[in-house]
Design a protein around this ligand. Structure first.
Ligand code: HEC
Ligand code: HEC
Length: 205
């Protein structure tokens, strides 16, 4: 798919999301800005979120974003906030539009890590790099990368807000986030404190 097709897909998504009719190619192109602005109102300019419970999308691997948007559209990822914020908008998106958003965000500059709790982060780093061998917890870096940069279906975690990360780790304990069986195994034996530590660590990266 060409870049221009992506732009048009984004424009069409904006038109639907804003209830407007995109009538001329020019109007469609002008509304490209609006397309991403619909998302930016929550996820931040260029996909870098300023809010604790809203994830950054910038720098997220394309494959991961596509999977999540499809999970929202099929209503298989169904945490309360996903239902409230993402079900409605994702229902309007075609596969091509989803790919357009995924490409756009994969190309944005990722969020910069922020260290707030050095002690907790150090405990989280040990889990991130070594896992908890006695408990069957694999090192997170095996899938999420040495720098938590993610790849393909493994999300980027670096710079993601600790509150959001912690909330997702808890969500994997429930049927509301059904995909990522490996994650469910991963966290089964981890305490809330250990999840908080690793969430603080990835935010700091
Ligand atoms: C009204 C606010 C709002 C708008 C508008 C919005 N989102 Fe979201 N989005 C959220 C919230 C809140 C979450 C996280 C909910 C949770 O799991 O706690 C989320 C989650 C996501 C995720 C999952 C990220 C991850 O790391 O798993 C993706 C992808 C996403 N949104 C893409 C988009 C795109 C693309 C748009 C524009 C078409 C958009 N969102 C518009 C609020 C919004
Ligand atoms: C064997 C591979 C694997 C390992 C090891 C692993 N993960 Fe994951 N992780 C995944 C996959 C795959 C997903 C995406 C699941 C989905 O599609 O919803 C994921 C998703 C996540 C998410 C959701 C991100 C978001 O934006 O919503 C978080 C947070 C996370 N992992 C943290 C961790 C932490 C912390 C560890 C170490 C304790 C870890 N992972 C170890 C494979 C792994």
């Amino acid at each position: 798919m060409t870049n221009m097709n992506h732009l048009l897909a984004l424009a069409a998504a904006a038109a639907v999301a804003s209830g407007a009719q995109a009538q001329t190619p020019k109007a469609e192109l002008e509304s490209v800005q609006r397309a991403v602005h619909v998302c930016a109102s929550c996820h931040g300019e260029n996909g870098v979120s300023a809010k604790a419970l809203i994830p950054s999308l910038a720098g997220q691997p394309r494959e991961y974003t596509i999977r999540q948007l499809k999970d929202f559209r099929s209503q298989s990822r169904s945490e309360t906030d996903i239902q409230a914020y993402m079900w409605g908008i994702s229902a309007l998106l075609s596969d091509e539009q989803i790919e357009g958003f995924a490409d756009y965000y994969a190309a944005q500059k990722p969020p910069v890590g922020k260290s707030t709790q050095p002690k907790l982060e150090a405990a989280g780093r040990a889990i991130y790099e070594q896992g908890l061998p006695g408990k069957g917890v694999l090192p997170c870096k095996q899938c999420h990368g040495d720098n938590a940069e993610g790849a393909s279906g493994f999300p980027r975690l670096a710079g993601q807000k600790a509150d959001y990360v912690y909330k997702q780790l808890q969500a994997f304990r429930t049927p509301l986030r059904p995909h990522g069986v490996v994650m469910k195994n991963e966290i089964a034996a981890m305490s809330a404190q250990q999840l908080k530590a690793v969430a603080a660590y990835v935010q700091s990266r």
